[in-house]
Design a protein. Structure first.
Ligand SMILES: Cc1ncc(C[n+]2csc(CCOP(=O)(O)OP(=O)(O)O)c2C)c(N)n1
Ligand SMILES: Cc1ncc(C[n+]2csc(CCOP(=O)(O)OP(=O)(O)O)c2C)c(N)n1
Ligand SMILES: [Mg+2]
Ligand SMILES: [Mg+2]
Lengths: 373, 324, 324, 373
């Protein structure tokens, strides 16, 4: 397949290009994916609102990218590793990170797996091999290559899935990671969600190349494009690439063509840089609507189930947020933990300094994540 | 004279200089069409065209690298790095290339690039939107390091930076962007590098601070004054070159020194100031030199307010220093 | 006990640890087949195979980035950066990623990578083969910074680094590679981080130095002794964690402090030591704290010997400090 | 032309693939190139010897790459810029940097244009737009792109020629520079001398891609391979690419296949990592021998001329070295010059400190570049 053709299994109207489905995709699993997509859309909306209400500080929504996120993460196996970005709430959830863990992270509360250390959207879960997200763009790409090199050295039958955006392909770290993976034929799948924009910069300004997929040629491995709003195409291509990687076939670059329907983050106003018609055009390709149509056409989904899913997921989201909001901030001494396996004398001294200041009332104790504004 | 916030003052400086000098070009991530994520470059593209204000690919090492090449070939690049936290991929281009080219070419070449970047914390942005790593740049000769603490200084120093024959790292405390306001002339003016500003005179204790901490210290020294402690508050404004003399002179008078910065304490720029004073004015010191700084951790999200020095912490350090 | 030079001691440490722990992998530019441009990794590939000692593409940000990923997945990477001057493209991966992952993941992840690199000057290599930029790393919490000054320490500290649960930047003063020799056991042993070594006891003046400067200072303090000045010479060995207590205790005894390092003076690690002493032992100081350091220029080629502190310069500083 | 085909005009035996020469290439110019190649080979040998004798500290030879260097630099016009690496003594000489300037730089003497500030091979000449060489690999690539972007903004009818090696293509800066050039369609010609080795690492370990030329596809412009030991092929392709760039046609990547016949530098022993047969194989493709054969076959060169050229160039080299060696070191105060346009108070203070130390005899005055060892 050429690097500029686009793999599509579901047409925007929900009709299928081919009737043959991989054997492992039973209706229950597929409806489960649909449910997760709906849940994420609801989580996204709710999180945007929370931020507007000043109850969380920040949020980066992924509406429009549910197929790319759920479809790709669904292709992972237990032993695999995953390197997401701040936009991958969906992929993390599909991988198994609970809604409660997502919500706790948004509030940075004492129960948050990351101890409130990072801004919203920067999840991490060692048990699920979801590597800690950092904000700098593209830094995870050579790290993912290294993780995959280790898988090869350790002769694990496992692979690494590395997420990034179109903008990330411009960074030096993208080049570094792709090149290392190519030279060492590491079992790494590079999954680029080309959502057309890097904040206000369109992909045409990001690179002069005819596609992102074609960049794989510069590293000696295969790259191709899939319709990122077609969950079946995403799942199938990522699964194939992961299988190939696990079997010793080396890395693959997959460019998923999709669209960020909302703002870059709660700090952004997309009307400043893109047209309404563009947004409308992509809304017609909404990945949830498309998948829903197809599921209905197969008889696996009906009005009642859709309504139930919407009601239940909304309630779950609400419950997780309420619970997260009720939990206190992490304790002050935690400021000085986890820099090293053991705190250094300097850190112990500074910890005493801060606790002393709090005790003397010089510094106020933080009990909740400070409100926005 | 109009009142401007920090962003408006910077924007005014950019307008002035692009008007005056056709060699000035402004670029970076999201600076063109959208006018920057903080709107500092707002209106420049529509006013001066896409060739003089433009978006680049998302690549800091490319932005600074390309800026060097443009400067070599006679343009006057004003490059934006979207957050100071993201300047690190360009650290090699800055420290090994930009800062050295005049020296290593025997004075034949120079690359007077201005790198502007929103710095420091206090906006609840976690580690990756809060760093002030000025000290890793002051360690590098060949580049000036500037951090204005109010809109008036910001405009005058930015114009000075753009007219400088040397590279300048221009640090903008983003917390001040909308919160700091001052009377700022519409017309261009410059403030020379290496001249500290004395915000308050006093005889009991010298307080040195820059960026947002100047405002925190203003509050603290006022509170100290109410308790009868007269502090001298100094904002160096440029950390390289540093107005050593202003600090030394003040310490010779007060015998006491409190240094306040947001950056982590270990090898922060406060250490350099302390070392200079311990070398050049030690006989005048009547108390330990205190540093009130960010703790030696990565600025956290939820506990962010613990990380940053605030007025009560500064006041306590002043009191302890004076009471020593 | 065999006598080894610095390279042999490092090589012995690597052999020991690769033997002991199958998770240890060694890689970097030219380290595999050729055994490194300085031969520190000599023999490892033939002994342990291409999967445990290998060459990488020429890309420092890739080397450190990949090392992080390998460490996350349970290997124990010992990555070489060919010269410390070339570590800067990896500065972002080190400061923003490697040093933060334990903290930002709430302690869930750790990446105990060792980054080894030949550092410092004195080999007439010009700016790009002479830098010792340790202070831009000591500013970053979450990573240990080590610089052993002799083969015995080098081996013990490298093994300690490899067994550490935290990332370590391991700086090897390349001038000592072949010139420093010592008795070094064949067997593995460790030296804990954060413990300074007192090379000479004395009551008149404390001298703190690391790397090559330890040797320069040894000469200087011997000459001083012949003039009746008894110096205490301290090598911190690890700059992070720093054995503050050893330095403070010595200064409390001698009342005088001379800090010697190769790095440029401005915001070098000497500033941090001076600041700590000026905060915690000021009452004991009887003279200004002196820093004898590289000048604030880029280490030049022809005039290189002017740049680096030598014994006469250190001796003069000691004499002036004691005679103050 | 595909990115893996190789443009060749002169066969290794000196026979020509085509009899048609570009009009500007008269016999005098061609013999001039030949003379420069011979001179450089002689300079290289002499410099290696000087280092062995401890008279200079370091040298990075370019023997085997004379065709790539002279042929490429010969294609430059006055207004063009050039960003060389430490291996480009030949290209700098062809561009107009005098033999004396090269020799002075090796000795780092007071007459050296770069004031003895850098190791041997790190030339710079503002008058010739030869940008100061720094040691870090690939850093010049985004700089060259930036220079070319400035040429475009300033509407100069000029181009930028950027040199680098095969190893450099792995660095993040390579990616950054290529991508900027592609997005801005900058008049930049990227000239990669693929000499098969980056110190001890073969190009097969540097990248998994089938060629270096193909990497241009990742940036949306043309890349091709030329026989780098064929000076006519190198000249022709670089000239075309520069012409295209000047005319607004955007960037080009040229991969010149060549070989470093000597060590990486005087610190290197190539027998540790490559076979004698490989070296012998490439010696048969020696670019000077090939070009000489062809010039002889056209009747533009004969035994007498060759002998005269060899004699004269050796004498010139000898003379330049003698003269360079006789010049003193730069004065001590120069240590503190050229950091900034005007020295800062701190630098002035340190200058006084050093001059005081010299005056008091604490520090010895440097009169010559210190000898090796
Ligand atoms: C190194 C670095 N530079 C700049 C930024 C600021 N920034 C945050 S997100 C972003 C755009 C990323 O675009 P893309 O990779 O396409 O991902 P998307 O947001 O579209 O999912 C930028 C420039 C950053 N986080 N890191
Ligand atoms: C950033 C950086 N890393 C490492 C080095 C050390 N080094 C010097 S030359 C070289 C190999 C360069 O190979 P290539 O680009 O093929 O150029 P060649 O020497 O073959 O001309 C290396 C690794 C360096 N100078 N800069
Ligand atoms: Mg995007
Ligand atoms: Mg090469």
């Amino acid at each position: 397949m050429a690097a500029t053709e686009v793999l599509q299994l579901l047409a925007p109207d929900g009709s299928a290009a081919s009737e043959e489905l991989p054997a492992e995709l039973d209706p229950q699993r597929l409806v489960g994916w649909y449910r997760n997509m709906v849940l994420l859309r609801s989580f996204d909306r709710r999180a945007l609102n929370l931020q507007r209400q000043g109850r969380i500080y920040f949020y980066a929504p992924a509406s429009g990218q549910e197929a790319a996120q759920i479809g790709s993460a669904a292709a992972l196996q237990d032993g695999d590793w995953m390197f997401p970005t701040y936009r991958e709430a969906g992929a993390c959830y599909q991988r198994g990170l609970s809604l409660q863990a997502l919500a706790d992270q948004l509030f940075g509360n004492a129960r948050d797996l990351t101890k409130g250390r990072q801004m919203p959207n920067h999840f991490a879960c060692a048990a699920l091999r979801i590597v800690s997200i950092s904000s700098p763009i593209a830094t995870q790409i050579p790290q993912a290559a290294g993780c995959a090199i280790a898988q090869k050295i350790k002769r694990e039958r496992a692979a690494t899935l590395c997420y990034f955006g179109d903008g990330a392909t411009s960074e030096g770290d993208f080049h570094a990671g792709m090149n290392f993976a190519g030279v060492f034929r590491a079992p790494c799948v590079f999954f680029c969600q080309n959502n057309q924009w890097a904040i206000t910069v369109p992909v045409s300004r990001q690179t002069g190349s005819e596609s992102i997929a074609i960049k794989a040629k510069a590293y000696g491995f295969e790259g191709y494009r899939v319709d990122g709003n077609d969950i079946l195409a995403v799942y199938t291509s990522v699964k194939q690439a992961l299988d190939k990687a696990r079997a010793g076939g080396g890395p693959t670059l997959i460019e998923a063509l999709t669209y960020r329907m909302g703002p870059h983050s709660t700090s952004d106003d997309p009307r400043r840089y893109r047209s309404e018609s563009e947004v409308a055009e992509w809304e017609r390709r909404d990945p949830i609507v498309r998948f829903e149509r197809w599921l209905r056409s197969r008889g696996w989904l009906d009005d009642a189930t859709v309504a139930a899913i919407e009601r239940e997921t909304a309630a779950e989201v609400e419950q997780a947020i309420r619970s997260a909001e009720a939990v206190d901030a992490p304790p002050p001494q935690s400021l000085f933990e986890d820099l090293y396996a053991e705190p250094t004398p300097r850190l112990r001294e500074q910890q005493r300094e801060l606790l002393g200041l709090i005790e003397r009332g010089v510094v106020e104790r933080i009990t909740r994540t400070p409100l926005f504004g | 004279m109009p009142v401007m916030n920090y962003i408006q003052a910077l924007n005014s400086a950019l307008h002035n200089e692009m008007e005056r000098d056709p060699r000035v070009v402004v670029f970076g991530e999201d600076v063109g069409r959208a006018g920057g994520v903080f709107r500092v470059t707002d209106g420049l593209q529509s006013r001066f065209g896409e060739e003089r204000c433009f978006d680049t690919p998302l690549c800091e090492q490319g932005i600074v690298g390309a800026a060097i090449g443009m400067a070599l070939n006679g343009l006057k690049p004003v490059a934006e790095i979207q957050f100071m936290d993201y300047i690190l991929p360009a650290y090699d281009q800055i420290a090994n290339e930009l800062a050295t080219i005049r020296y290593r070419s025997g004075g034949q070449f120079s690359a007077p690039v201005v790198v502007r970047t929103p710095a420091c914390g206090g906006i609840h942005g976690g580690h990756y939107h809060s760093q002030s790593t000025e000290s890793i740049f002051t360690h590098v000769p060949g580049i000036h390091v500037v951090m204005p603490s109010d809109p008036y200084d910001a405009k005058g120093l930015l114009i000075q930076a753009i007219r400088s024959e040397d590279p300048v790292l221009f640090l903008e405390p983003k917390k001040l962007y909308r919160s700091a306001r001052a009377e700022v002339p519409e017309e261009p003016y410059t403030i020379p590098f290496g001249q500290a500003k004395v915000l308050r005179e006093g005889t009991d204790c010298t307080v040195v601070a820059w960026g947002v901490m100047v405002h925190v210290c203003k509050e603290a020294v006022e509170q100290a004054a109410r308790k009868g402690i007269e502090c001298e508050l100094i904002d160096p404004r440029t950390l390289a070159p540093l107005d050593e003399e202003a600090i030394l002179e003040s310490v010779r008078k007060t015998g006491r020194l409190v240094i306040v910065h947001e950056a982590r304490r270990n090898t922060g720029f406060g250490a350099e100031i302390a070392a200079l004073v311990a070398e050049k004015a030690i006989l005048h010191l009547e108390a330990p030199i205190r540093r009130v700084t960010g703790f030696d951790v990565h600025c956290p999200f939820t506990l962010d307010p613990y990380f940053l020095p605030d007025a009560p912490r500064v006041l306590l350090a002043i009191e302890e220093t004076v009471g020593f």
